[in-house]
Ligand binder design. Structure first.
Ligand code: PHE
Length: 351
């Protein structure tokens, strides 16, 4: 076969192969096969110089023309295939923006303190209480004076309390909202107040900032029995339907009488664990202290008598609990500081 015939044959071969190629990748392979450094046609061109003089012109121009033809042909075919590939991709990746959303499941979970706060709120909302929040930066008036604190009360000391100025402090409890709420709303009043409180304390069982939920109920004919019944409902909702509560005498400046409230231990019976040994949770007493409370002191009501809180006409009970304490008891958390380390291995346990 003459060299020019071979060149024509190569051109026809390349044409057929390009027509059969199904992708731009296949075209790249053909480019290498027909025009690459080791392909036959470029080699022919390179060897033209070695041909007899009378053949050089014809072979050279035939090979050159064939190379240009094949180049153009592959280029054209690659273009067609690229368009087809893009169309196929657009078709397969089409997004229907009218479809309803498919949100990812939530990552993470609520902190145990938030979970516990909400759980406590739900119980009292179910009992007819409203939920309110109050300022964390509070006046000495609302934090102490209006709550019947003696001028010498130890909690007033700068060693116990964070003062901003002589008259302004970080609230040491949620109780200031008792007076704020009574100033704002006439009786009857059924309110709980969750929020952060601050004390200059720091050890295994105390952090300078922690959380409380205040409760206040003021109405006609409210008695200590209402307090006990309400807290029994609460204790059973949080710690189990079998629980009992007991009241122990105590002192708070703003309640009279004042009581501390215990719930019967949920981990043992009467202080004895299943194997007969002393219960580690309640230290063998059978009871767990959960909060402080009492009947609203008439001196506190007298301060807001103008808004309908005449102590001769209405009575009330109040209570205050630590959210961390409730969560620790309920979930067996041994160290208060775990709540604030935010180690996910701890947090993840409370789904
Ligand atoms: N404020 C009190 C405390 O922080 C708790 C309390 C609230 C007691 C309401 C009685 C009534 O310790």
């Amino acid at each position: 076969m003459s060299v020019t015939d071979r060149i024509e044959q190569l051109e026809r071969e390349a044409q057929a192969a390009a027509a059969a190629a199904a992708s731009t990748v296949a075209i790249e392979e053909l480019r290498v096969r027909y025009l690459g450094r080791r392909a036959e046609l470029p080699n022919l061109l390179r060897d033209v110089a070695q041909l007899p003089t009378d053949q050089r012109g014809a072979v050279g121009s035939a090979a050159n023309r064939a190379r240009k033809e094949i180049e153009a042909l592959l280029e054209r075919r690659a273009g067609e295939l690229a368009v087809a590939e893009l169309e196929a991709r657009l078709r397969s990746e089409r997004v229907d923006v009218t479809l309803p959303g498919d949100p990812l499941p939530a990552i993470g979970r609520l902190h145990l303190i938030t979970q516990t706060r909400r759980e406590i709120e739900d119980v009292f909302i179910g009992l007819g209480f409203n939920v309110a929040e109050g300022p964390e930066i509070e006046s000495v008036h609302y934090n102490f004076d209006a709550l019947n604190h003696d001028p010498q009360h130890p909690a007033r000391a700068w060693t116990d309390t964070f003062y901003v100025t002589d008259e302004v402090l970080l609230r040491t409890h949620t109780s200031p909202m008792q007076v704020r709420a009574m100033e704002r709303t006439p009786p009857p009043l059924y309110l709980i107040v969750p929020g952060r409180v601050y004390r200059r304390d720091s050890d295994v069982t105390h952090t300078p900032q922690f959380h409380q939920v205040e409760g206040l109920a003021v109405d006609e004919d409210i008695t200590l029995a209402d307090l006990k019944g309400t807290l029994l409902e609460f204790a059973r909702a949080i710690f189990g339907a079998e629980r009992e509560v007991r009241l122990r005498p105590h002192f708070f400046p703003f309640t009279e009488p004042s009581v501390e409230v215990d719930v019967s231990c949920f981990a043992c019976s009467g202080g004895l664990a299943a194997g007969g040994e002393r219960c580690g949770i309640c230290k063998g007493t059978g009871w767990l202290e959960i909060l402080g409370s009492g009947m609203v002191d008439p001196n506190v009501l007298a301060g807001v008598a103008a808004n309908g809180y005449d102590p001769e006409r209405v009575q009330g009970f109040a209570f205050g609990m630590g959210i961390e304490r409730i969560a620790m008891l309920k979930h067996g958390v041994s160290d208060l500081r775990l709540f604030y380390d935010n180690d996910v291995r701890f947090l993840e346990q409370f789904a």
